[in-house]
Design a protein around this ligand. Structure first.
Ligand SMILES: [Zn+2]
Length: 363
């Protein structure tokens, strides 16, 4: 016991200039940045505190300093229940941040504010946020968001509905989720879920007049027709579109689909209609169905399509529907051009669109 007391920081109540001790200044100013560097013990109460403790300041002559909470306890002091200095023991910043993380994880279903964390951990909001960011590189709010997003992804993968997964993951409002998920998931939640639980997918890579082509199908029908300059690019795009589906390369079975698509590209009337297995919003479906009614070599402007599907002011949405067409050629979005005669955009590049239109008009 005596040897323990000997390890206490030398404290000399009789010292003349005690109030000049920077540690005492830190206590007087409740300096959060000094938390973890030392604790101060108060002989009149028998309690030790961290410098930022909100409790009333003791008289200077009753105060002694210790580097670690353990030393204060060996000297007979109790931990203050208000500022809980032991939470900051060890590597103080990391301990604090760890504790904040655990707290956030357990309160994901509540709105998280810095003020709340600041009250819970008895740190100024500024100091708490700065410490958190210094250790983890993100703010507490970003950490909470990433926890929610992780939970949300897991629910979707497990096949829960978007609404249910959203609720379970602690999202309070749909709009908030949708505003975040486009960037986080890389796609809309509903689409992500489809990718998550999609049926097994077979695909074939082949040469075409427009470069390398991928045709992918579920057992119900074609789910993707894409073009790119190389196979890696095509396979990566398929992986992004259907991240959790079992994807299997299949050079035999899909060959007749490929022949059908290539003869369409050369401007021949298709010998047979191809089964599709694609998801669409009601609007996309209207646009895509209309496009399938266009003849070879026939083109329409975006606003003409909008009028034809009785949404005359929706030319921009028509352009979006074309840009998100999952099956090139079979849904002939290349036949939609700008009203000034310019060929407009194309999901697989403007050169490919122009070449397609040339091949069709040559017929
Ligand atoms: Zn305290």
């Amino acid at each position: 016991m005596n040897s323990a007391i000997l390890s206490i920081e030398p404290e000399a109540p009789a010292m003349a200039n005690v109030s000049n001790d920077p540690r005492w200044q830190a206590v007087l100013t409740r300096d959060g940045a000094s938390d973890g560097k030392f604790v101060f013990a108060v002989s009149s109460t028998g309690v030790y505190c961290r410098p930022s403790c909100p409790s009333r300041r003791p008289r200077r002559e009753n105060v002694s300093f210790f580097v670690h909470p353990g030393e204060a306890e060996r000297a007979g002091f109790r931990e203050c229940l208000r500022c809980r200095p032991k939470v900051l023991a060890g590597n103080p910043r990391q301990q604090l941040v760890k504790a904040i993380c655990r707290y956030i994880e357990q309160h994901l279903d509540e709105p998280l504010t810095l003020a709340k964390l600041s009250a819970e951990f008895r740190q100024s909001a500024f100091h708490l946020q700065r410490t958190f960011k210094a250790v983890l590189g993100i703010t507490p709010k970003q950490y909470a968001d990433s926890c929610r997003m992780r939970g949300f992804r897991q629910k979707l993968k497990a096949g829960h509905s978007v609404t249910r997964a959203m609720h379970d993951a602690g999202y309070s409002s749909t709009s908030r989720l949708y505003s975040r998920t486009a960037s986080e998931l890389g796609m809309e939640p509903a689409k992500y879920r489809r990718g998550a639980i999609a049926a097994p997918i077979r695909y074939l890579l082949a040469d075409s007049p427009l470069g390398r082509m991928l045709v992918a199908a579920t057992e119900k029908g074609i789910c993707s027709i894409q073009f790119a300059d190389c196979d890696e690019e095509l396979e990566q795009a398929l992986r992004q579109e259907f991240p959790f589906a079992v994807r299997r390369r299949d050079d035999g079975d899909l060959a007749h689909f490929v022949q059908n698509v290539i003869s369409r590209m050369r401007g021949s009337e298709p010998a047979e209609s191809l089964p599709l297995d694609i998801r669409a919003t009601a609007f996309q479906r209207r646009v895509w169905t209309y496009l399938q009614s266009l003849g070879i070599g026939e083109t329409k402007s975006y606003s003409e399509v909008a009028k034809a599907i009785r949404h005359p002011s929706a030319a921009r949405a028509v352009a979006r529907a074309c840009a998100t067409n999952p099956v090139a050629i079979v849904i002939p979005c290349h036949r939609v051009v700008r009203s000034d005669g310019d060929s407009g955009g194309y999901r697989w590049g403007i050169r490919r669109k122009e070449k397609l239109l040339q091949m069709e008009s040559a017929k």
